[in-house]
Design a protein around this ligand. Structure first.
Ligand code: NAG
Ligand code: NAG
Ligand code: NAG
Ligand code: NAG
Ligand code: NAG
Ligand code: NAG
Ligand code: NAG
Ligand code: NAG
Ligand code: NAG
Ligand code: NAG
Ligand code: NAG
Length: 863
């Protein structure tokens, strides 16, 4: 989890200068010095061992190997991190947080000889999955114990409950868990506890009634708590901070009248818990509240009036609920630093933001995925500190007002999926990291100031009406990872220098009016994963992509490219989608004896070109990814998911329809070689590609029989062999194609009886017409024999559950929900990630990114 700390390191760059050595002269007892030295020698110093180093207020703590300076010729009481009692000289405090210690922490550790310890902080080291020894329970004087983020693992020993003087206990770690009833016991016995932080430990129990009334901070997020939260928690009169987030099974019922903690409570983090219903009016009593996070709590109704009286609010997150109603009273929250109402049902106008200097401290404003209408008011002032502005997926219209472009420290701007029109103005900010204005009606050129941003990682301007040329200064964006300019009216040629952008991962220039040849040479070591140039007027030769070792998606469809099929193409090891449809490619696709060609290919669309010769048998043999059936795969993954902010869309022909998939599932396996001049037989090896969903070889010059091996394609949904010269009978075995929804064998030279049963009872005349020799249902020509009249079956078996039609529907749904409510603030994390590990491309990356974003959110908020 190095990135988490890294981020904080960046966010809070002021390093505390630490000094533990005291100036008072002590005499450290020899045995204690010896114990400490022994402890020191149990561990190695590892630079990765302390990568979480920030304190609870978000300040970064310098991590360095404190024990290195321990020296037996110096009094141990002045060793770094060691504190002694002034009278007895006994060691009473050991603070080795962030000391880069690595190694096993055994039960025989000499640290347990320091029996007078009152404070022990071993957080942020790497004890390599050691158990927490029951001996920790023997520190009978211990008041403060911190074992967080030190890679302790396994069960937390019951003996921790013996530490009856404990006031602060922190054991945050996802590797630890409590045994049954041990959490209850802990709370019951530690009657003096003031701060309890067990973040991410698997507690997996209810919260017991019996716990210390001194609690000021109770942090139990992501701990698998369940049951109903005892109301007593809200009546702890000293409680200042409560975090129970991310416990989906924990049901919370807020007090409907006065809370006893009302005067003290400052921070309430309850995201992703089971709240449900309205925000009670009793929140109005929480007059000290400064941070309130009720993200994803299934809340409905309007924000109650008394809540608007909480004028100390600095952070308010009510995102991912079903809230509605007026919000203009937000202006009463004069101290706001972060506000999110994302993904709710607010259908208001933003007029209330007009006039007055407001929210001078606001850093993050997120109204995305609501039903906001009308324009953004033009006379807004004061928000000079705004860094994150998210208004995507609303119905905002008219022009984007100039105050937004003038924000001096804007960092992340997402206004996508609205109805904004007019030009994009020049940005004043020089700190932009992400700009997403896609899916609007913006026009005019791409502003120059956008191409002059040293830290810009994501530039997404697709689906607008932008015009003009793509200036080659775009290549000066040396941090750029995603350039999405698709579906605009851009003209001219593709800049040559794009091939030198060393960390660009997505290059989408599709559906513009770009012309000329693609002369761009992509340099060695480039990390391009997605290249979409489809739907332009590009001509000439196939681009030179041999250095694109990470290319997953290559879409050159619907252009005027004229070349033969390049031999090196199959050697791109990650290539999953290859779309060359509707160009002027020609010539045979030569069989190659090389192994591993196209091993990852999932969609290959060469349709509507002039390819000729035999179908490339050896090539089919290499399609390893297609030889795996996805029939039972439960999870949905998408091809080319290499950035959180960009998804691949693809035009395909399947089931007789041309449609645009807004995202491509890894299970959407397609071979489309239709409308070429291929000849010869259909190789029976195609039957081995058992993951295929769509096979289209229509409109070629294929002859010979339909190979019976095709019956193995058990999840095939669409089979089109029409308009060829295929002869012989339809193999009876094809009736086992239980997922087949559309079959087209028309206009061939097929003869004999049409097989009967299962899916074959659902196909109509059009599937077979133009084959003079075919008989039987549904053709009117009898097949003769005993069962001359075919049975009528009305029910079409649609394999809803197996991703057949249902996946089509969900594509639509995804399209509609496109861009709404996915992006969480803090894109900085991703950026940090990306800069740290520029060569991470796997899908893992995206998942990880999401996890980090979610987790970061929580941490960020505690500060
Ligand atoms: C310990 O201190 C002595 C005397 O100050 C010094 O000579 C020696 O190098 C030190 N050793 C370490 C390991 O720092
Ligand atoms: C402590 O225990 C570990 C494992 O049981 C053992 O390897 C190690 O030698 C012991 N150390 C001492 C000082 O007894
Ligand atoms: C240990 O030192 C760090 C850094 O100074 C400090 O934040 C933390 O509170 C200390 N731990 C204890 C238990 O005092
Ligand atoms: C922790 O230490 C173990 C070996 O003791 C090592 O394998 C592991 O990678 C380390 N983890 C981190 C995060 O440094
Ligand atoms: C609870 O604390 C008492 C001392 O205060 C101790 O005797 C007892 O063993 C503890 N119980 C548990 C289960 O730890
Ligand atoms: C937490 O622990 C419970 C019971 O010990 C177990 O069933 C559950 O799978 C664990 N959850 C996680 C996320 O580890
Ligand atoms: C959420 O709370 C409601 C009552 O408010 C309860 O009926 C439901 O079972 C709870 N859901 C979970 C997952 O605990
Ligand atoms: C809100 O504050 C106003 C005065 O600032 C007060 O008159 C009103 O009663 C308060 N409302 C609630 C519900 O506390
Ligand atoms: C902008 O939106 C408002 C509210 O939906 C609507 O009344 C108005 O006609 C829209 N204006 C334009 C120019 O689309
Ligand atoms: C782009 O970079 C080149 C070379 O680094 C520099 O000469 C040029 O002025 C830059 N263009 C802009 C618009 O910053
Ligand atoms: C590509 O190269 C050819 C031949 O060198 C040249 O005629 C053409 O103008 C170049 N096209 C572009 C877009 O640079």
């Amino acid at each position: 989890m190095g990135y988490v700390n890294l981020v904080f390191f960046m966010l809070f760059p002021f390093l505390c200068h630490l000094s533990f050595s005291s100036s008072l002269p002590h005499l450290c007892p020899k045995d204690q010095a010896l114990a400490l030295l022994q402890f020191k020698h149990m561990f190695t110093i590892s630079h990765d061992a302390s990568d979480h180093c920030f304190d609870i207020t978000g300040q970064s703590i310098q991590s360095y190997p404190k024990t290195l300076s321990w020296n037996k010729s110096i009094d141990c009481c002045s060793w770094d991190g060691v504190y002694c009692d002034e009278t007895t000289g006994k060691v009473i405090e050991l603070n080795l947080t962030c000391s880069k210690l690595q190694g096993k922490f055994h039960s025989n550790s000499s640290v347990f000889q320091l029996s007078n310890l009152k404070r022990l902080d071993l957080s942020n080291n790497n004890f390599s999955g050691s158990y927490i020894s029951p001996k920790f329970g023997e520190f009978s004087s211990l008041m403060h114990l911190d074992l967080s983020d030190s890679r302790f693992a396994g069960l937390i020993p019951t003996e921790i409950s013996h530490l009856s003087k404990l006031q602060v206990l922190s054991i945050q770690s996802s590797l630890l868990r409590f045994g049954p009833h041990n959490f209850e016991l802990l709370l019951k016995n530690l009657t003096r506890l003031r701060e309890l932080n067990i973040d991410s430990v698997n507690i997996s129990s209810t919260i017991p009634l019996n716990f210390s009334s001194y609690l000021t901070a109770l942090w139990l997020p992501f701990t698998q708590l369940y049951g109903v939260l005892p109301e007593r928690v809200f009546h702890l009169s000293n409680l200042e901070s409560l975090d129970l987030s991310d416990n989906l099974q924990l049901t919370i019922k807020f007090p409907t009248t006065k809370w006893n903690s009302s005067a003290s409570l400052m921070e309430l983090y309850l995201y992703s818990v089971n709240v449900t219903g309205r925000i009670p009016e009793s929140f109005g009593h929480l007059t000290s509240l400064s941070k309130l996070d009720l993200l994803s709590c299934n809340l409905s109704g309007s924000i109650p009036k008394p809540l608007w009286n909480l004028t100390n609010i600095e952070l308010l997150d009510l995102g991912n609920n079903h809230l509605e109603g007026p919000i203009s009273d937000l202006l009463r929250f004069g101290k706001l630093r972060s506000l999110s109402l994302r993904n709710n049902n607010f259908d208001v106008q933003l007029e209330f933001l007009s006039f007055k200097r407001i929210w001078t401290q606001l850093e993050e404003l997120d109204f995305s995925s609501n039903f906001l209408t009308g324009p953004i008011p033009s006379n807004v002032s004061g928000m000079q500190n705004l860094q994150f502005l998210f208004l995507s997926s609303n119905h905002l219209n008219k022009t984007i007002p100039s105050w937004i472009f003038s924000l001096p420290s804007l960092y992340d701007l997402d206004l996508s999926n609205n109805h904004f029109s007019g030009n994009i103005q020049e940005f004043k900010s020089r700190t932009l990291h992400r700009v997403s204005l896609k899916q609007n009606q913006l026009q005019g050129p791409i502003p120059k100031s956008l191409l002059n941003q040293h830290d810009l990682y994501y530039l997404l301007l697709s689906h607008n009406k932008l015009s003009g040329l793509i200036d080659s200064t775009v290549c000066n964006l040396t941090s750029l990872q995603v350039l999405d300019l698709g579906s605009n009216n851009l003209e001219g040629t593709i800049p040559l220098c794009l091939g030198e952008m060393s960390i660009l991962r997505v290059l989408d220039l599709s559906n513009n009016s770009l012309g000329g040849t693609i002369n761009t040479t992509f340099s060695i070591g480039n990390v391009l994963g997605v290249m979409k140039f489809d739907g332009n007027k590009l001509e000439g030769k196939f681009p030179q992509l041999i250095n694109c070792k990470y290319l997953e998606v290559l879409d050159l469809g619907n252009n005027e490219l004229k070349d033969t099929f390049p031999k090196w193409l199959g050697a791109l090891p990650e290539l999953q989608i290859l779309n060359l449809r509707s160009n002027k490619f020609y010539g045979p696709i030569k069989d190659s004896r090389t192994d591993n060609l196209f091993a990852q290919i999932r969609v290959i669309d060469l349709s509507s070109n002039g390819f000729s010769g035999d179908l490339p048998v050896r090539l089919f043999e290499n399609f390893e990814a297609m030889k795996i059936s996805s029939e039972k795969s439960g999870t949905r993954e998408y091809v080319g998911d290499i950035s959180y902010y960009y998804t691949i869309s693809l035009i395909v022909t399947t089931k007789g329809l041309e449609l645009e998939l807004p995202r491509v599932l890894t299970t959407d396996l397609i071979i489309d070689l239709s409308r070429n001049r291929f000849e010869g037989h259909i190789p029976s090896i195609i039957g081995d590609l058992i993951g295929l969903r769509t096979l289209n070889l229509s409109h070629n010059r294929l002859e010979g029989h339909i190979p019976a091996s095709l019956h193995q394609l058990s999840i095939l949904e669409s089979l089109d062999l029409s308009s060829n010269k295929i002869s012989g009978e339809i193999p009876q075995q094809l009736t086992s194609l239980k997922s087949l929804e559309v079959l087209n064998l028309s206009h061939n030279h097929l003869v004999g009886c049409i097989p009967k049963g299962k899916q074959f009872d659902t196909f109509e005349n059009s599937s077979y017409q133009g084959n003079d020799g075919l008989h039987g249902f549904p053709l009117s020509k009898d097949c003769g024999g005993d069962d001359g009249v075919a049975q009528m079956t009305n029910l079409v078996e649609l394999d809803e559950e197996e991703g057949g039609d249902s996946s089509m529907i969900s594509w639509q749904a995804v399209l509609m929900g496109y861009g709404c409510g996915l992006v969480i603030g803090l894109s900085i994390i991703y950026i940090m990630l990306s800069t740290q590990y520029p060569a991470w491309f796997s899908r893992m990356d995206v998942k990880l990114e999401h996890k980090i974003l979610t987790r970061m959110r929580r941490h960020k908020k505690r500060h």
